[in-house]
Write a protein of this length. Structure first.
Length: 130
């Protein structure tokens, strides 16, 4: 059984920051669960252009309000607590209207230090055992 707490992640290498976001990486590839899980916070007004070309991401909103815009369809979806969206390689924009907090699950799992590249993607993990 694996037990991690948010408190033990804060202020460590598992708390990763990028422009407009902070990701607290609770479950990583090294945990060998087949996916990773993050507690992610965006400040009010954050706008992220994302394209997880190498990952599938599920996002479950815990706090705040925002929207996600699908670049392929032009659709814009409201985000609020209790809403989930799945980004399966679509280019999208995430906008936080208020401080925004969500649980994000990635497959293949993140290894820990990833930050978005110029396309809004994370690199493909090189670990063979995901």
């Amino acid at each position: 059984m694996i037990i991690h707490s948010l408190g033990e992640v804060l202020g460590t290498g598992r708390e990763v920051r990028g422009p407009g976001w902070t990701s607290r990486r609770l479950l990583l590839a090294e945990d060998r669960a087949g996916f990773s899980m993050n507690d992610t916070v965006l400040p009010a007004g954050a706008e992220l252009e994302l394209w997880y070309a190498n990952h599938v991401e599920a996002v479950y909103v815990l706090e705040g309000r925002g929207e996600v815009a699908d670049h392929e369809t032009g659709e814009v979806h409201r985000l609020e607590p209790g809403v989930l969206y799945l980004a399966a390689h679509e280019r999208h924009t995430l906008r936080a209207h208020t401080q925004f907090r969500a649980v994000c699950v990635f497959t293949p799992p993140l290894t820990g230090g990833e930050v978005h590249d110029e396309n809004g993607a994370f690199p493909l993990p090189s670990e063979p055992d995901r």
